[in-house]
Write a protein that binds this ligand. Structure first.
Ligand SMILES: Nc1ncnc2c1ncn2[C@@H]1O[C@H](COP(=O)(O)OP(=O)(O)O)[C@@H](O)[C@H]1O
Ligand SMILES: [Mg+2]
Length: 252
């Protein structure tokens, strides 16, 4: 855990990502450098195809950059093996996606428990922790529901509970409100705001200005490059000190 509240949580230097498509190459990222402080909330905006998801995948250790350096919580990971990447991801990063990505024949509780299966946590502890995580997002009364018995907003809250189950230091959300109506979107944003207020570093990808404005800072991408960075408000100095110990239970 970081004692220094102003420590850099993510340092990206000159990230390049080239997708090979048969004969041709797609340059999805063309030299992106950015630093995200512990406890900071950063939005990434940009038109469709500008490289937002690609950047989030690389910052989240879901994919390797073609070139460039990435340091997460003090660890150089550009050259890490796939196993090590998976470990960092499981321990430090929670993901939330536009499509929720829940297993459809599986209850809310079992969906949230899932990441713990891979961490070798016993079944009783899995269930207790999953229940707590669902309570944190205000779904303690919906644990045996299947995804199709939940509203879109509730499904996204289940996905957030799943992202929280390993006590991540960082949450990455790619268009988390993209499939939700305004009211459900606002509820999801309130939960994300609250997690950030309790010290979680938050990266939010969106193409909606109003959604992006929840952040401390907005980074604008275009054609795989950062074209503009806007500071909206200062991060409170204490934010980022102790994400793991933060009173996340006050959420919901
Ligand atoms: N797996 C992939 N294979 C080939 N091209 C891809 C792949 N993923 C993304 N791209 C291309 O890279 C560019 C950036 O995509 P993406 O990061 O998804 O943008 P955004 O999230 O901003 O819409 C686009 O031109 C897209 O078509
Ligand atoms: Mg995208």
């Amino acid at each position: 855990m970081r004692e220094d509240a102003n420590a850099a949580m993510i340092i990206a230097e000159d990230l390049v990502k080239v997708y090979r498509m048969g004969e041709s190459n797609v340059e999805a990222l063309r030299g992106v450098s950015l630093t995200v402080q512990a406890g900071e909330f950063v939005s990434i905006m940009g038109p469709s195809g500008s490289g937002k998801s690609t950047l989030m995948h690389i910052l989240g250790c879901l994919d390797h950059p073609t070139s460039g350096r990435l340091i997460i919580d003090g660890e150089e990971i550009s050259k890490a093996t796939d196993n090590r990447l998976a470990e960092i991801r499981n321990r430090k990063i929670g993901f939330v996606f536009q499509q929720f990505n829940l297993l459809s024949r599986t209850t809310a509780l079992a969906n949230v428990e899932l990441p713990l299966l891979y961490s070798g946590v016993g079944s009783t502890e899995r269930r207790n922790r999953a229940r707590e995580a669902l309570e944190r997002v205000g779904l303690g009364h919906r644990i045996t529901h299947l995804p199709n018995q939940l509203s879109g907003g509730e499904q996204q809250r289940v996905a957030i509970a799943r992202a929280l189950i390993n006590n991540p230091t960082i949450i990455m959300a790619d268009e988390p409100t993209g499939n939700l109506d305004t009211k459900a979107g606002a509820e999801v944003l309130k939960i994300l705001d609250n997690l950030n207020e309790h010290g979680i570093t938050l990266i939010l990808v969106t193409h909606e200005r109003e959604v992006a404005e929840h952040a401390h800072r907005i980074i604008h991408l275009r054609d795989g490059k950062i074209v503009h960075s806007e500071v909206l408000r200062e991060k409170k100095p204490e934010n980022g000190k102790a994400a793991h110990l933060a009173g996340l239970n006050e959420n919901a």
